[in-house]
Design a protein around this ligand. Structure first.
Ligand code: PGA
Length: 254
């Protein structure tokens, strides 16, 4: 069974509720009912209700950018998966490198968040990726395999297959420096081989692995043409309707 491509836009800390609603209206105009691709946008948490309500019945899903591992409690400033779900989200990004770095999230916390997403009825978009120094030291695979092993540990196969894995080399995020299609494909193949070893073989065959890191209109096609790249997690270019459209078209035409 062919894996359906998935294009996710991570808006990061851009677009408050009013601006997000305007942008979502444009996405709805362009992509409502789009076939041959799954589309997801991840607005800031405060904009999720507006975007989810605007995109209802369009087939475009909404994701949280993060979630707290607990469903509720005395955690000032955090948002739980259950709250994201109630606000209209269907997915949650977990372990993005900006959170690993800037919020000091470690593998153990991220593993709890993967499980918390499922508990809340959300599909985790689980990010892994090495830093530049780790790649230069020849440790890229070791780092990614460690992150994968920790994040997916103990998941039943029917949950593991639902996790959307996003390989995002840290040195390619927001830098304009994309991994070459060959570099990205090589790591995606390593990730799929890990899945084949850790879970029954059908999990590796069906699980979707996205590439992220400076994906643009101009490089999307060559990345998405790779056999183990099933879609993209797009940051900067997801804030332009034209750029995002070009990436979506590349996924549909693949
Ligand atoms: P970028 O971000 O496309 O701006 O490099 C990707 C991401 O952080 O998910």
């Amino acid at each position: 069974m062919a894996r359906r491509p998935l294009i996710a836009g991570n808006w990061k800390m851009h677009l408050g509720p009013a601006d997000a609603d305007t942008f979502a209206t444009e996405l709805k105009r362009r992509f409502a009912g789009a076939e041959g691709v799954d589309l997801v946008v991840a607005p800031p948490a405060i904009s999720i209700p507006a975007v989810a309500s605007r995109l209802k019945h369009t087939g475009i899903d909404v994701a949280g950018q993060d979630l707290h591992p607990e469903p509720s409690g005395a955690y000032t400033g955090w948002v739980s998966g259950e709250m994201l779900k109630q606000a209209g989200a269907a997915y949650a990004i977990v372990g993005h490198s900006e959170r690993r770095e800037l919020a000091h999230e470690d593998d153990a916390l991220i593993a709890r968040k993967v499980k918390a997403a499922f508990r809340a009825g959300l599909i985790p978009i689980f990010c892994v990726g090495e830093r530049l120094a780790e790649r230069d030291a020849g440790r890229a695979e070791e780092v990614v395999l460690r992150q994968l092993g920790a994040g997916l540990q103990g998941l039943a196969p029917d949950l593991a297959v639902a996790v959307v894995i996003a390989y995002e080399p840290v040195w390619a995020i927001g830098t304009g420096r994309t991994a070459t299609p060959e570099q990205a494909q090589a790591m995606h193949a390593v990730i799929r081989a890990f899945l084949a070893e850790a879970f029954p073989a059908w999990v590796a065959g069906q699980a979707r692995i996205l590439y992220g890191g400076s994906v643009k209109a101009g490089n999307a096609r060559s990345l998405l043409d790779q056999p183990d790249i099933d879609g993209a997690l797009v940051g900067g270019a997801s804030l332009s309707a034209d750029d995002f459209s070009a990436i979506v078209d590349a996924a549909r035409g693949r």
